[in-house]
Design a protein around this ligand. Structure first.
Ligand code: AMP
Length: 550
């Protein structure tokens, strides 16, 4: 496939908003693709380059891209930046520059989809001192050969943000439709191999190939997630449940096979280099080839430390030796997904637990199995008394469902704090929520100005999302890709577990576990939380954390 054809598909999709129409367009494109083109098309159309399991990064920053655009367009980088700042869309700016340029020269080579992919892969593989120069050269060559429309999508792919609204759910359904296979098989294959590109190749071969998926060590799976719920409901529904402490640290996935060991974070980044001590502990705890799921916590004087100190350690690349002494990192393993070549995600949790206890000698998180509410409540109180966050209640006959926030894992923890915040933006939802807004940008106020503080995407019922959509749909003041901005009118009460210092939002803080509690239609945006009061809450919170860890 030529990259120009891919670009035309993108353009067609960018012009439609209905999910079914999008599925239709994508599914039309897939059957004719060669085995080599298929995975590339599937990832590119979602604005991705690498398989989801891959921690690889392209490493083309905006700066390098702007320089290449300037070169190709024959203008200064500053002019490119200025134009992008005003437009907010790199793709359109590149298109505009290339349109002007092509009025002067017409010479360019046809770009092939796979060739573009190979060149991008080569860029990401490059390291060392000369790499920036070589990257720049390749980007200039690619953009130099692009037509204006190709430039729009090529530049967006280079920033891994295609902005045409095609999410994973859309592509999964398109694959099922294109190759007439069962969508649940597509979803299951995706859970095990974590790369829709390969899933598409298998779907093209047939349902047997989709069923025959294997988990591969060092291809991390997405983490299974939890919902909020109540002890009594879980007991009523399942009779007997498993309860574990809910450790407040960082999620990890530990892979060990053929003598090699690696560790991945919740976002599937490779954090092996940052946690040599934890890896040594886990390595020593089993002689088997395994993939283990768990949470690493920081312990000081026998008590868990606040979450931020663990995070700091995950990010740290230097001074590892020094950090090791200050805080002790302890892994708590609560699941096993792979054992000596065998995929375990589809067997019941109770069976996985048996294997876990059998093959891992240390660091297995204790578990209480009971149908008695008093016993589960005692476990909850013990967890809080020991300084943990609460408990997790798990359904014993449930499979491990990567990436899903289902009802098989329920978290129980004390009530969260709340803030009243103005809704200033949103992103369209996915899947069955594609026709409403799914995640909201919320802001506090500072000297009369609204300052973004967090995104809120959980805690809504379908009814609430529909209600919020009705209230917001006529207040949209601008849109770009899946994002919209609102005239600020609406106030949400947002629950959170902890305030963190963070550069992500303009407020300089971020909320941990932000959660929609309710609409505050009794309040207007002048009555929302101020940045000063958030600062005060933050300092109170860190004081109490210090007191509690000694
Ligand atoms: P939440 O992030 O609030 O959805 O809660 C789920 C998170 O709790 C998981 O992603 C883990 O990082 C963490 N966690 C702590 N202890 C456990 C446990 N025993 N089982 C599962 N997850 C746990």
């Amino acid at each position: 496939m030529l990259f120009s054809e891919f670009s035309r598909y993108c353009e067609e999709i960018e012009g439609i908003s209905g999910r079914l129409d999008m599925i239709d367009v994508v599914s039309r494109a897939l059957p004719a693709l060669s085995p080599e083109e298929l995975p590339v098309f599937v990832r590119f159309i979602m604005g991705r380059i690498f398989p989801d399991w891959s921690p690889q990064k392209l490493g083309i920053g905006p700066n390098l891209l702007y320089e290449a655009i300037g070169y190709v367009a024959g203008v200064k980088k500053e002019a490119v930046i200025d134009r992008i700042n005003r437009s907010g869309d790199v793709g359109r700016v590149v298109e505009e520059f290339l349109t002007k340029k092509s009025q002067v020269s017409f010479s360019h080579q046809d770009l092939e989809l796979v060739d573009v992919y190979n060149k991008l892969i080569a860029i990401s593989a490059r390291g060392g001192a000369t790499s920036q120069k070589e990257k720049l050269r390749t980007v200039k060559l690619l953009l130099g050969d692009a037509t204006p429309l190709e430039g729009r999508y090529l530049s967006r792919i280079m920033l891994e943000e295609l902005r045409i609204g095609v999410g994973e759910g859309t592509v999964r359904e398109a694959i099922a439709k294109a190759f007439s296979v069962d969508p649940t098989l597509v979803e299951h294959a995706m859970q095990a191999i974590n790369d829709l590109g390969e899933v598409a190749q298998r779907a093209k071969t047939g349902e047997d190939a989709l069923k025959d998926v294997r988990i591969t060590p060092f291809h991390p799976l997405r983490m299974m997630l939890a919902q909020q719920g109540a002890i009594a409901d879980m007991l009523q529904e399942h009779g007997e449940v498993a309860a574990e402490y809910k450790y407040d640290g960082s999620r990890f996935q530990f892979h060990k096979a053929g003598g090699k060991k690696r560790m991945y974070s919740r976002r599937l980044e490779d954090v092996t280099a940052a946690l040599p001590d934890v890896i040594a502990l886990l390595d020593g705890a089993t002689t088997h080839d395994v993939i283990l799921d768990g949470e690493v916590i920081a312990i000081k004087d026998g008590r868990p430390m606040p979450f931020q100190s663990v995070l700091r350690r995950f990010r740290r690349r230097h001074d590892i030796a020094e950090a090791k002494e200050a805080i002790r990192m302890v892994p708590n393993v609560f699941d096993i997904l792979y054992l000596d070549g065998e995929n375990l995600i589809d067997i019941p949790f109770s069976e996985r637990r048996k294997r876990l206890e059998f093959v891992v000698q240390e660091f297995v998180a204790p578990q209480v199995v009971s149908g008695d509410q008093a016993i589960i409540e005692k476990t909850y109180n013990d967890a809080l008394a020991a300084g943990h966050e609460g408990i997790m209640i798990k359904v014993r006959d449930s499979p491990y469902t990567p990436g899903q926030r289902g009802k098989n894992w329920i978290k129980i923890k004390p009530e969260v704090d709340t803030l009243d915040l103005a809704v200033v933006g949103a992103e369209w939802g996915e899947g069955k929520r594609a026709h409403v807004f799914g995640s909201f940008l919320v802001a506090c106020q500072d000297q009369g100005k609204l300052v973004p503080l967090s995104r809120v995407a959980t805690g809504f019922s379908d009814g609430q999302l529909a209600e919020v959509y009705e209230l917001l749909k006529d207040t949209v003041i601008s849109r770009s890709g899946k994002e919209v901005q609102f005239e600020p009118e609406l106030v949400f009460e947002v629950g959170y577990a902890e305030l963190q210092v963070s550069p992500t939002y303009a407020a300089g803080f971020a909320l941990r576990f932000p959660r929609f509690i309710r609409l505050r239609d009794d309040k207007d945006t002048t009555e929302i939380e101020t940045l000063d009061s958030i600062k005060e809450r933050y300092s109170r919170q860190s004081k109490s954390a210090q007191a509690y860890t000694g």
